[in-house]
Structure formats: structure tokens, C-alpha cells
Design a protein around this ligand. Structure first.
Ligand code: HEM
Length: 533
């Protein structure tokens, strides 16, 4: 993408301010970017944070900024008003229960008793509190869930433990910290942790029945069918789609020279166009038309209102983080819209014998070869869109943010492109893009410092005796791995908040199972090759 944006230079308007706030982890200051984790869709986790960065024209020459500015906006998931409403509601509920003092007290005792679960299993715990367990402020939306998990990681590790037991509300969660424990869950003892424990119900919530949330044999069967098609060769065939949208991005940005640009918004729309085109086979054109029906539907997917959260909390409980997926997948309007979208496209392709190199075509082939049903095609393409969209747009936004802060790294990336590929982006090809080590390190470092999916989760599917301990993890226990904890651990990544692509230089060895932006093991990200774009 940098190749296409040859004439655009990224600068940050508020570097000093942001650095001053760096150590605080959370920064709700209007003018600074929180160095925690941004994820609009994160459960209990996204709060107002803004970054204004400055772009300037002038290419790699390092000319003075001439005034393109970039703003990174991450909207809040729970506004102050919403939080007040939840607290009022909770107070009312408690008052209602309080009409029977005895029952309330018994329930309270039961709840507190649940916090003994891990102690009885000899697993180190922290200090869970009624009613949110170890979630602390994250449960009330005052802290990112991912930052909370990072803090828990640090605490368990600094107490000299390799793993621990947590509570989401009163539900127990197994929390591996040491890379050896992480490896066991993801790879070595995978057959005990095959599923994610995500909400899935193909009848009630058809969109939830996709590869990400599928369980056991059903997941195994679909993953085996899909994996051979998600090769780098397939990604190569989608290169032209990406090029088309890069050209479009340049056309949108160039006239904005001298203006402030909301980088997160622009790259969100840019990614929306690419992932929408490859997942649904349609030209969303949200870069040029930010207010189409498609864009409104996408916003609906990621809008986690407090009411939807409460509904899921009452229906499914939030002790298992996997239930949260029900929020975005059970919206009937969204379901209807995307079902019609896929239906029309598939019918058009069938009728006109259209074969296009994209994810939807992979699914159509699976229908023809393996009998994949229409309902399954819709759910999978919906998943490809949601899995690829937010992750890729956040990675791009963070990468631009870091380039704006680190001008010398930006220079070296541009120099590499100019030297190896030349300045005419129309002549680049897929193989060229793969041959840029400097750019590759930059993306890897972005994904280290800001893993877009900052938490891996599994559920124990058959009782597991943790080797060399007397702890047994029971079937049905959720497992959570903190990627922020591992990827910002100074033992594995010295000076972890420094953006240093050279960590991924050839001479540097990354400790296995400490760098996992795409997860690991048989259930890792199937779209891992696609991210190189
Ligand atoms: C920067 C981009 C991306 C990042 C950082 C990312 C990250 C992840 C992570 C962390 C997981 C969970 C892995 C685990 O539990 O071990 C995952 C799963 C998955 N991702 Fe991605 N992803 C990205 C792009 C994509 C794209 C473009 C697709 C499009 C097809 C995709 C499709 C999937 C699917 C289908 C799964 C579930 C795999 C399974 O359960 O078998 N991802 N991704």
C-alpha cells in the first residue's frame, strides 16, 4: 500500500503528548492515542480514544509537513449514559431481589463460594470480587478487557506462576501464562481444547454457524475442506482485487491534501471494500460512498449496544467469553441483508457462469464438490468478512500510526520499495510485494505491539490433567490466553512499547509461543496468508 501512497507522508501531530501518556496504558484524552488495544468490537473493552496524526505530501524526501492530518478515532462501546443505565438497572434488579433478604444473602454466599473453585484445584488465583470476579473495571467498560488480561498476566507471572485460574463474573477460566503452557493448549494437547466455546446455533442464529464457532467433528470436516484452498497461491489470485482498491485509495486521499483525514475511518472503509469484495463478491465502494446500506449494515455488526449485551448476559451468561459472539450474529436485519446479498450474487454467478477469484468462489466450489448448503455458504462468507475486516483495518491504522511516529522507519520502508520495485506501482506484482523484508518486519512488529485479536480462547472438551501438577481442568472450562501479555512481555520483547521492526530481523530469535497474532495449532487463523496485502 505504501507503494501506492508514494507521494503521501505520514506525520503525527501529537507525538510528544502521546508519549507522555504512554506509560499510563489507558488514555481517554481527546488528543492522545491510547497505547492499549483498540478494538471497536472488543467485548467490554473499547473506550473513547483519538489520535491526530499529520500526513504531508512530499514523498520520501522528508519535506516539511504541508498539512495532511490523520485522525484515528475509536468510538466508545459503552457511553457514560449507557453505563448509568446499566448501573441503574442493576440497582433496580438488586432492590427487587432485596425484597427477600434471605434469598439474596443465600445467592450472594453461593456466588462468593464459586470463587473457591481454583483454590480447591491448587491453581494460583488473584483476588476475585463480587460480582465481576477478576474482570475489575473492564466489566463496567472503564478499562479495555485486553488491558485487564494483560495486567492479570503480569501479576500471575510476577508471582512466579506459569498459569492461573480466573473468574469472569463467577465462572472459572483457565489462564496459561508460560509459553510452554500456551503450547500445550494450542498444539500439543489440542485434542483437549479443540473448540472455542463460541455461541453457535444454526437454527436460532444461522449466521453463528461458521468455522470460527463450529465444534468438534463438524469443525474438523469443514477446516479440512477449506484449508487447501486458503493457500498463498489463492491469495496471489486475489492480488488484482487489492490493487484495484489501492488505486481507489490514492484517488480518495490525493484531493484531501492539506486537510485532516480520519485515518481509522478511511482505512476502515478501504478494508471494508477489499474484504467485502472478496467475501461477498460485490463492489461496496464505501471509500467513495461512506453512507451506503452496506456500510450501515457493517456498522450494525460491530455496534455492541448495552442492551444487546444485557440480553446475551441474561440468555447465555457472560462467564464464557465465547457467548459474546451472539450479540453481533443474532441481529435479524443483518441476517436478512447478508443472506439476500449472498443469494443474489451466487444466483448471478450460477446463471452467467461467472468465476471470480475470491473467497465466495471457494465456497461455491465447496457447494459443488462437497454439497455445502446455502445457509452454510452465507454463514462462512459472513465470517470471512467479519474475521478479515476489523483485524486488517486495525492493523493498517496502527501501522500508519507507528509510521507517523517513526519517520526513519517510514523512510526505510519507502526506500526499500523505491529501490526494489521502482516508483510505478502499476508495474508491481504479487511476488514483488513478498520480497520486501523491511515492510514485512514492519507489519510483524505492528501485529506484535497491537494484536487486533488480542485474546485467544478455547474450551476444554475433555478433562485435562495438567502435566507435572495435581490440577485437573474439567470439561467445559473456558481457556483464555492474553496476547497483549505475551507480546508485550519485556522478557520476550525487551522495551516492549518501542516500535522496533528489527526484532524480526534474521538474527533475532523470537521465543516460540510468545508471538501469536494469528493464533497457533490446528485452529490458527486460516486467512494468515491474506494479511500480507
Ligand atoms: C491482520 C489480519 C488477521 C489477523 C490478525 C487474524 C487473527 C486471527 C486470530 C488470532 C484467530 C484465532 C486463532 C486461534 O484461535 O488460534 C483467527 C481465526 C480465524 N481467522 Fe483470522 N486474522 C486476520 C485475517 C483474516 C482474514 C483476512 C480471514 C479471511 C478469510 C480470516 C479468517 C479466519 C478464520 C476463518 C478463523 C477461524 C479458524 C478456525 O477456527 O479454524 N482471518 N484469526
Amino acid at each position: 500500500m505504501l507503494g501506492w501512497l508514494e507521494g503521501v507522508r505520514f506525520r503525527c501531530k501529537t507525538v510528544e503528548k502521546t508519549q507522555a501518556l504512554f506509560s499510563k496504558n489507558i488514555n481517554n484524552n481527546k488528543d492522545g492515542l491510547r497505547e492499549g488495544l483498540l478494538s471497536d468490537s472488543s467485548t467490554w473493552g473499547a473506550f473513547p480514544e483519538r489520535s491526530y496524526s499529520r500526513l504531508s505530501a512530499g514523498g520520501a524526501s522528508g519535506a516539511e509537513p504541508v498539512g495532511r492530518a490523520v485522525r484515528v478515532d475509536v468510538p466508545t462501546a459503552l457511553s457514560d449514559r449507557s453505563r448509568r443505565i446499566v448501573l441503574d438497572l442493576l440497582r433496580d434488579v438488586l432492590q427487587f431481589i432485596g425484597s427477600d433478604d434471605g434469598a439474596t444473602f443465600a445467592y450472594y454466599l453461593y456466588y462468593i463460594y464459586c470463587f473457591n473453585y481454583w483454590k480447591k484445584k491448587n491453581l494460583p488465583t488473584l483476588n476475585p470480587r463480587f460480582p465481576v470476579g477478576d474482570l475489575g473495571l473492564a466489566a463496567w467498560g472503564k478499562e479495555s478487557l485486553f488491558i485487564r488480561l494483560q495486567n492479570i498476566y503480569n501479576e500471575i507471572k510476577s508471582n512466579g506462576h506459569k498459569h492461573g485460574g480466573l473468574y469472569f463474573f463467577n465462572g472459572p477460566i483457565y489462564f496459561p501464562v508460560h509459553p510452554e503452557m500456551v503450547k500445550r493448549v494450542l498444539v500439543s494437547d489440542f485434542d483437549h481444547f479443540v473448540d472455542r466455546g463460541m455461541y453457535e446455533n444454526s437454527h436460532k442464529v444461522p449466521l453463528s454457524s461458521h468455522i470460527f464457532s463450529m465444534r468438534g467433528d463438524q469443525w474438523r470436516s469443514i477446516r479440512t475442506k477449506m484449508s487447501p484452498t486458503f493457500t498463498s497461491g489463492k491469495m496471489k489470485s486475489m492480488y488484482n482485487i487489492v490493487v484495484k482498491y489501492c488505486d481507489n485509495l490514492v484517488k480518495v486521499l490525493e484531493p484531501l491534501d492539506g486537510n485532516e483525514v480520519d485515518v481509522k475511518d478511511v482505512f476502515r472503509r478501504f478494508t471494508c471494500d477489499i474484504v467485502g469484495s472478496t467475501s461477498f463478491g460485490i463492489d461496496c465502494n464505501s471509500l467513495n460512498y461512506p453512507d451506503t446500506e452496506f456500510v450501515r449494515m457493517v456498522e450494525r455488526i460491530f455496534a455492541h449496544s448495552v442492551w444487546k449485551l444485557l440480553k446475551v448476559a441474561f440468555e447465555e451468561g457472560l462467564q464464557n467469553p465465547g457467548n459474546i459472539i451472539k450479540i453481533s450474529h443474532s441481529d435479524k436485519t443483518v441476517e436478512q441483508y447478508f443472506t439476500n446479498l449472498v443469494k443474489e450474487t451466487v444466483e448471478y454467478r450460477d446463471k452467467n457462469n461467472v468465476v471470480r477469484d475470491d473467497f465466495l468462489n471457494i465456497l461455491i466450489q465447496l457447494r459443488d464438490r462437497e454439497g455445502m448448503s446455502f445457509k452454510e455458504i452465507v454463514a462462512q462468507s459472513f465470517l470471512f468478512f467479519t474475521a478479515g475486516f476489523e483485524t486488517s483495518s486495525l492493523t493498517l491504522s496502527y501501522c500508519i500510526h507507528e509510521l507517523a511516529h517513526n519517520q526513519e522507519i517510514q523512510d526505510s520502508a519507502r526506500k526499500e520499495i523505491a529501490e526494489k520495485l521502482g516508483r510505478d506501482s502499476s508495474k508491481y506484482c504479487y511476488e514483488d510485494v513478498l520480497s520486501l523484508p523491511c515492510l514485512d518486519k514492519m507489519v510483524k512488529e505492528t501485529l506484535r505491539k497491537y494484536p487486533p485479536a488480542a485474546m485467544l480462547n478455547r474450551i476444554c472438551v475433555k478433562q485435562y490433567h495438567i502435566p507435572d501438577t495435581d490440577t485437573v481442568i474439567e470439561e467445559g472450562t473456558p481457556v483464555v490466553i492474553s496476547l497483549l501479555g505475551l507480546q508485550r512481555d519485556p522478557e520476550y520483547f525487551p522495551d516492549p512499547l518501542k516500535f522496533d521492526p528489527e526484532r524480526f530481523g534474521t538474527s533475532n530469535n523470537i521465543t516460540p509461543y510468545t508471538y501469536l497474532p494469528f493464533g497457533d495449532g490446528p485452529r490458527n487463523c486460516i486467512g494468515v496468508h491474506f494479511q500480507i496485502f
